[in-house]
Design a protein around this ligand. Structure first.
Ligand code: IPM
Ligand code: MG
Length: 369
């Protein structure tokens, strides 16, 4: 059997620091022969722009497409605020999603028991919380045409974007949400603004059609996006799976992630269609951004990236034992009070990015002994 190919994209900001810690974890799995991956690394975002003048080269796209899984840390930062819009770091991210056909973005908001106290919400409101947000990732207003900034005859400037969804775009992502729900709490909230947007009306109608034809066993509820934002803070445990468009999913997943206490803890997966061979394009990345304010200081939390790797082991390669081992190591390290400063609690002294990586490694070795 040929080794599975993994592409690592450290990106910008804290990306390089947290990837260095992930690298140690990957190496541990490789040297203990638990995995046999063929690893490569490339640039994305501002780091790529600085070297190549583009946030994602054709060569990097080709590597990503031929990889069995891609792990991306994060992109962006104020350093590139003035570069042309089309070659901004974020454009590299949007383009890798598009090139790999990643239309479904799975963003779990799971509360680690030992971190329930770190949430800004009351602990009983979030203890045991486990929500999965399925965000449509290739359509909607982030990709819709026409778009642009124009100058009107009267000299005013006008910026415009287009929100649009087709039936197939709605069905393929709703399909992912219903399938996930069947393996979880069997409940889907479909979220849009059908009260003011035609694309929202279509979204609701098509999700209902799919449920009626294929997923009658799954409970389907509808919610306007603004109400959903409010309900997520008021009573988050009412949700199991939320399926929503690109823009609302972007906003609501940031909101939901904060219910858990730390953005620094949450992984995500972006998936394409399953091919006949069973292969499925997949990119794993933390939900957090590049955190330019703390980049280079050695204080970032590497756990979201490390947990993204665990998610990859589980979903792309069915390596349940390895994924369980890594997730247990992370849980134990947290339970022992080892915390980076974003999740530190009263009486604990925050550790560095490197110390957190070392603690995970040490715990892996202990668990495996
Ligand atoms: C995210 C990010 C990206 C997005 C940005 C960096 C383009 O916010 O993954 O949620 O909006 O999709
Ligand atoms: Mg976002």
């Amino acid at each position: 059997m040929t080794a599975k190919k993994i592409l690592l994209l450290p990106g910008d900001g804290i990306g390089t620091e947290v990837t260095a810690e992930l690298r140690k974890v990957i190496d541990w799995f490789q040297t203990t022969q638990r995995t046999n991956f063929d690893l490569s690394e490339d640039l994305i975002g501002g780091a790529s722009y600085d070297v190549h003048g583009t946030p994602l080269t054709a060569a990097a796209i080709a590597k990503a497409k031929s990889a069995d899984a891609v792990i991306l840390a994060c992109v962006g930062g104020p350093k590139w605020d003035k570069v042309p819009f089309a070659v901004r770091p974020e454009a590299g991210l949007l383009s890798i999603r598009k090139e790999m056909g990643l239309f479904a973005n799975l963003r779990p908001a799971v509360v680690f028991d030992v971190l329930a106290g770190a949430s800004t919400l009351k602990a009983d409101l979030v203890a045991g919380l486990n929500i999965m947000i399925v965000r449509e990732l290739l359509g909607g207003v982030y990709f819709g045409e026409p778009r642009g900034i124009e100058t009107l005859p009267n000299g005013e400037r006008r910026g415009f974007n287009t929100q649009s969804y087709t039936t197939s775009e709605i069905h393929r992502v709703a399909h992912v949400a219903f399938e996930l729900a069947r393996k979880r709490g069997n409940k889907v909230h479909s979220v849009e603004k059908a009260n003011v947007m035609e694309s929202g009306i279509l979204w609701r109608e098509e999700v209902i059609k799919l449920q009626q034809s294929t997923y009658k066993d799954v409970e389907l509820l509808h919610m306007y996006a603004d109400n959903c934002a409010m309900q997520l803070v008021r009573n988050p445990k009412q949700f199991d799976v939320i399926v929503t468009d690109n823009l609302f999913g972007d906003v609501l997943s940031d909101l939901a992630s904060m219910l858990t206490g730390s953005l620094g803890m949450l992984p995500s997966a972006s998936l394409g269609a399953k091919e006949a061979s069973g292969r499925q394009a997949a990119l794993y990345e933390p939900i957090h951004g590049s955190a330019p304010d703390i980049a280079g200081k050695g204080v970032a939390n590497p756990l979201a990236l490390i947990l993204s790797y665990a998610m990859m082991l589980r979903y792309s390669f069915d390596m349940t034992a390895n994924a369980d081992l890594l997730e247990s190591a992370v849980q134990n390290v947290l339970a022992a009070g080892v915390r980076t400063r974003d999740i530190v609690e009263a009486g604990q002294t925050p550790v560095s990015t490197i110390a957190m990586g070392d603690a995970v490694l040490k715990e892996l070795a202990r668990l495996a002994a």
